[in-house]
Design a protein around this ligand. Structure first.
Ligand code: SF4
Length: 286
């Protein structure tokens, strides 16, 4: 893993995501290296190729200082700041650099009253439970795409095992921290094996989760190129993923999702299964 320290020019960026007004990415790159990651295009800002995604992390060592200054200009009313949109705020390097933690401490120090959203695939978030408890408007999301640890290891190479992530949600809920699960990308095989989505939702409910975001898989050209490198020895799986780019696939899966949400009494945030099909333009990047 290549770790480089850099200085960023700014740290709070405006966002076009439906659930966040601003985003904060203390790192460029992500050691978790998920094969479906839409953020792999970020390499172009640090001269890294898309296929090298997952092998480098650029640490913005001045992230906390920048946040300390920039937060004064961010409105509070009806505003959500998300950590993070194109990196994981609790990947391994966070244990050394503590940038996410420093940013959260700054939120408390400044008395910022807007909503702070966290989205991660790491159980390291529990390290900061006591800090999270002090933030007046906090919302912690954990990405859960499957209940199968072997599959998650294949898709989400170095992220916390999915069974651990579900336990982490349980721990956060028991600590009284509002949570949600981000089921994205919605894996194509749920269309053929709805019982696996049933199992996933059941395990979320058991962990105390009440709300979910769900997003269809994004198969933009650059994502497909990288993902199909991993699937190259499996033509059957390749076909399943090609089919996943069709409207019919999404419609069929949407029906299954709605049935399962109803069965488990889970609330679907944004009231829709999100679908982003465009090449990256969602965030202003720093
Ligand atoms: S954890 Fe998120 S940012 Fe990191 S590689 Fe996976 S999808 Fe991309």
């Amino acid at each position: 893993m290549e770790i480089k320290e850099i200085k960023a020019k700014n740290i709070i960026a405006k966002s076009k995501l439906p659930d966040a007004d601003y985003v904060v990415n203390p790192y460029t790159g992500c050691e978790f290296g998920c094969i479906y990651c839409y953020a792999s295009f970020m390499g172009r800002f640090v001269n890294e190729s898309i296929n090298n995604w997952g092998n480098y992390v650029y640490v913005k060592t001045n992230a906390v200082q920048l946040f300390d200054k920039e937060i004064d200009t961010i409105p509070e009313k009806d505003t959500t700041i998300l950590l993070s949109s194109v990196t994981d705020p609790y990947q391994g390097v966070e244990s050394k650099y503590k940038l996410t933690r420093g940013i959260l401490e700054t939120v408390i120090k400044k008395g910022y009253g807007g909503e702070i959203g966290i989205l991660t695939k790491s159980s390291m978030v529990t390290r900061d439970i006591e800090i999270l408890k002090k933030i007046p408007q906090i919302d912690v999301g954990m990405t859960i795409t499957t209940t199968d640890d072997e599959l998650s290891r294949f898709l989400e190479l170095r992220a916390t095992a999915t069974s651990m992530r579900i336990k982490t949600l349980d721990e956060l809920n028991k600590a009284g921290i509002p949570t949600y699960a981000f089921v994205g990308p919605l894996l194509p095989h749920f269309r053929y094996k709805p019982e696996l989505l049933d199992k996933l939702f059941a395990s979320l409910v058991e962990a105390g989760v009440e709300q979910v975001y769900i997003e269809h898989i994004n198969l933009s050209t650059y994502i497909r190129k990288r993902m199909f490198e991993y699937l190259k020895d499996d033509p059957v799986l390749q076909e399943v993923y090609k089919e996943a780019a069709t409207d019919i696939h999404r419609e069929e899966l949407d029906k299954i999702v709605r049935e399962q949400l109803h069965k488990h009494g889970l609330k679907l945030r944004l009231n829709d299964v999100i679908y982003h099909h465009k090449e990256p333009e969602r965030d202003v990047l720093q």
